[in-house]
Design a protein around this ligand. Sequence first.
Ligand code: AVJ
Length: 326
Amino acid sequence: MTTIPVSPASPHISDKIASSVYEGLLSNPKWLPSWLFYDSAGSRLFEEITRIPEYYVTRTERAILEAHASEIVSRAAGENSLRLVELGAGSAEKTRLLLSAAAERQDTVFYEPVDVSASALIEGQMRIEEEIPGVLVCPRVEDYTHNLELDTTLPTERRLVLYIGSSIGNFEPGESLLLLERVRAALDPGDCLLLGVDLVKEHSVLLAAYDDKAGVTAAFNRNLLVRLNRELDADFHPEMFAHRAVWNEAKSRMEMHLVSEKRQTVGLPAIDLRVEFEDGESIHTENSYKYRPGDAEALVAKAGFAPEVTWMDERGWFAVCLARAV
Ligand code: AVJ
């Protein structure tokens, strides 16, 4: 255990940020946690990424959901009515497809987006209730990576938990199993999980998706340093770090790094830290695991679900797996 000397002059710094930045930048190799990307600028940059031509992930998954929303909803519901829970809801843009399909089958659809950011949830709530009559939004501000508690349902109701967008790709295999086991523990038998995973494909396609021509992903990556400058009084020169996307074949994952373009020292006075970088030394900022056909089904089965149907696009680039709690 390391003690984190957060100065009392900076009470606004969240302990979680301070302690993980401290740990990551003192590690060898250096790393920063990928959840740090999503301050308000980072969330906006990610929204922009979802629209760039090279980033096939969002539009491929949306096409799968567009084609199969009513089948997904009717399979999950069976004879019951459905309550939708979404982990890491964000802007919930693809969720509308499923909510609309559910609202066609029943008078009232409860929708429980779970997110650590209360502001993201409140914004989403206003729009969805206006746009899809019959949907009632009950947001939960919770860190689902550590804890998940759901309301009890009526005997005639089933839950469908959405974990879409390839968010699970950020977790190591052991962590993703733990997370799905926690989801399973919050559910009753018969409830469902809809899991979206990105699949292994030609490396040139993957590399372009994480290193786009317009440089939006590079800006998203460097925004981490901008955030640390603001929130930990650090003095990073973000332009002195190059964005690098790497395919790690052995671990079946895309990695993002920030590579120091020269030998330099960076101060983070708010956490009493000075960090030295060699020329070419990198900070590992993200893993995005890519699955092979069958991997998602094996994972949910280990976590206590029976996989029912998996839908893919024609190119086999993305998979959406419906599984039932047993
Ligand atoms: C939000 C985790 C699904 O891994 O593709 C996009 C984040 N990183 N471009 C992904 C991301 C770089 C994204 N996820």
